[in-house]
Ligand binder design. Sequence first.
Ligand SMILES: NC(=O)C[C@H](N)C(=O)O
Length: 362
Amino acid sequence: MRCGSVSCAALTTFEPSLVRNALESVELFCFVAVYPAYWCVLVAMLPVVVVHGGAGHIPNERAETSCTGVRAAARGGYAVLKGGGSAMDAVVEAVTLLENNPAYNAGCGSVLNVKGGVEMDAIVMDGRTLDSGAVSAVKRIANPVQLARLVMEKTSHLCLTAEGASEFARAMGIQEVPEESLITDYARMRWKKNLDPGSNPVECQMGKMGTVGAVAVDTEGNVACATSTGGMINKMEGRVGDTPCIGCGGYADNQSGAVSPTGHGEAIMKVTLSRQILFYMEQGKSAQEAADEGLAYMRERVQGLGGVVVVDPQGAWAARFSSRQMAWAAAQNELLHYGLYAGEDIMQSIQDPDLPHTHSQE
Ligand SMILES: NC(=O)C[C@H](N)C(=O)O
């Protein structure tokens, strides 16, 4: 398993927005002059965005594409944050980019249900207010994460499903797309393979997953999460997984942090993985420790595998998984970290990706 998590003990006593506002005053000018190290560390921690492209087994021929996509999504989310956007803006941007990328099981590229159709789930949550929005089993929508955000912002509900969600999308002016435009040759090939009497759908389900998600902290110290998925391959029609269920497929609270998970949805739901990890953080565990403990609990208690990206409000982050692989990327302090295999942490400059990449093993 791997993680990125920055130690910042001195920072935990500072409220980022207070410090930033005070910077305009002479007092803080003196403070920065006297304690430049504190200021440097604070500036280094926020903003941050961490994304994943699904836990599971990524075939060799798809590894590079998976890594390229998460790097692009982290860059996109980070650009939003650097431009003054909120954590919510950043996670929606990052997940939209991943939904539009056919390499992942979300939006275009979603896995097919047993009838060969696409039904998608998505959630967003805002750590400032605990507002959340989700959609489940939606069809013919290019970007379910954006629809989930509209559910949060424009309705008094937390989750809309199936036909009701489509009706709401139409009322919001979201164009439906042909179902075919969401289906890749790869998704169809896997669906067909799983219909073979000799196939092992359980093994396949535990294998190539590819749900996408993001967590972020903006310069104000606000956290948010977003997750989007086509679900589990050859699932029953109408199956709702963990993703749109608050506390399972994501959770964000400014008082503790934000989590976006991926993995076997039924297992994630049984242990309410996202909320459980934040509970561990509330008990004093770091993002990395809490992620590991949550994943270990899910493995021991319900034999579930998966992965998570986690942030705390100070900007410490973790990308951890109990599955064989998880494509992930994190952008912070003008550096992009990414990895796919256990223990991998490759770093490159955000501004200049052509500079040599640095490898560090845990
Ligand atoms: N790939 C995944 O992460 C699947 C998703 N958690 C689901 O069960 O719907």
